[in-house]
Ligand binder design. Structure first.
Ligand SMILES: *Cc1c(COP(=O)(O)O)cnc(C)c1O
Length: 398
């Protein structure tokens, strides 16, 4: 077996250096813990970036994967396969959506959303080129061109211009700013109901309701990117539910297939009517193994008891962090989030230092920008784990 140092040396020599990783190699996972090649255990409050909702080593996931892999791994979308339509039915019956397009990642799901919005506008308004899109400052939608072009953070654009034309930005949670940004040529408004990567900013009810009315008045689509917030993370199955509005298009990915790659773009029938065979495709999309696992994952995540439990644990996490804030007002400015996606906003841009320090107490955390420490545990986390992670966080800031 390769030693820790051998693996890191190999990585340094052959992997394109787009990440800076800490000096250990993860080998196994058990529940909410990760174990490295030296046998050290970490409490995981990152979940593979909001992916591992059911933690590590779920026999349900492994069994579903094995069963489907034994039968059929891949044939492409040229043929019918069994799992994808069953998964699509579950997603539609539990949401606003009528139809689903399957792909392999969050950014791919978002690219599909952009294409579907433009195609819908092209068909709906044949005499006027309604091609513009309005996205939000501080947003994050992924790393391919349509997605970075819609991401309202200049650091993701730098060195990669020109961006996709026709996209402008408005201020999140500022309806007037969106009203100013849209015009008769705008096809869609793009929003994360809770901005995750951009610093854990939940939207206000007035903002989401205002966006919905504005889109209805001006004949625009409302696109919700729930790649990170969807599937229970925020304490409801979909984050948009908390606002009493529904989008026309929603993107999903991260936790959907229990750690396997998947992306999904959910649409209403009105959007579906504008899409014709050949308009979009993905060789690996609707992958039988990912979809077979996702069916089982979704059945668990969508149980009312499971959802209620996530909400209760989320409230507990926020409560604990608020108590830490009360003891360290000089360090912590604000605690914000929903359910089990919570950010501790620091007065200084030291989130990465805190994340690194927490590892010394065997807890993995992640940042959301320079001044926000993000708590993103597997949804199966228990209160004792929350106590442990918050304790490590408190030690790491003091
Ligand atoms: C992570 C994320 C994406 C991109 O997903 P990938 O699978 O990394 O391409 C898109 N939108 C949101 C809101 C995300 O959090």
């Amino acid at each position: 077996m390769a030693s820790t140092q051998e693996t890191i040396d190999l990585e340094q020599k052959y992997i394109l250096q787009t990440y800076g990783r800490p000096g250990f190699v993860l080998e196994r996972g058990e529940g909410v813990h990760l174990i490295d090649t030296e046998g050290k255990r970490y409490l995981d409050f990152v979940s593979g970036l909001s992916v591992n909702a059911l933690g590590y080593g779920s026999t349900m996931i492994v069994d579903a994967m094995k069963k489907q892999a034994d039968q059929l791994i891949h044939v492409s979308n040229l043929y019918h396969t069994i799992p994808a339509p069953q998964l699509a039915q579950l997603l539609c019956e539990a949401s606003f959506a009528d139809r689903v397009f399957f792909c392999n990642s969050g950014t791919e799901a978002f690219e599909a959303a952009l294409k579907f919005a433009r195609k819908w506008a092209f068909k709906t308004y044949p005499n006027s080129p309604k091609t513009k899109l309005v996205a939000m400052n501080q947003s994050f939608h992924g790393r391919t061109y349509g997605s970075i072009s819609s991401t309202g953070q200049p650091k993701y654009h730098k060195g990669f211009g020109p961006m996709l034309p026709g996209i402008s930005f408005a201020d999140f949670n500022d309806l007037e700013s969106v009203e100013k940004a849209v015009d008769g040529q705008t096809a869609a408004v793009l929003v994360e109901p809770l901005q995750a990567e951009g610093g854990i900013h939940p939207s206000t009810p007035e903002f989401m309701a205002g966006l919905r009315s504005l889109c209805d008045e001006m004949g625009m689509l409302l696109i919700c990117d729930e790649v990170q917030t969807g599937l229970c993370r925020t304490g409801t199955l979909w984050c948009y539910e908390q606002y009493g509005v529904t989008p026309d298009i929603m993107t999903l990915a991260k936790p959907l297939a229990g750690g396997l790659p998947i992306g999904a773009t959910l649409v209403t029938q009105k959007v579906a009517d504008a899409i014709d065979p050949g308009d979009h495709a993905a060789t690996f999309g609707a992958h039988p193994v990912s979809c077979a696992v996702a069916i089982e994952v979704f059945k668990t995540l969508s149980k009312p008891n499971f959802v209620a439990d996530v909400k209760a644990k989320g409230d507990y996490l926020t409560e604990k962090l608020e108590a830490v804030k009360a003891r360290h007002r000089d360090k912590i400015k604000e605690i914000r989030g929903r359910g089990l996606i919570v950010g501790a906003v620091l007065h200084e841009a030291t989130a990465a230092d805190v994340m690194n320090k927490a590892r010394e107490f065997d807890v993995l955390l992640v940042v959301a920008g320079p001044d926000v420490v993000r708590f993103l545990p597997p949804l199966v986390v228990e209160k004792a784990h929350i106590d442990e992670a918050v304790d490590a966080f408190e030690k790491s800031i003091s």
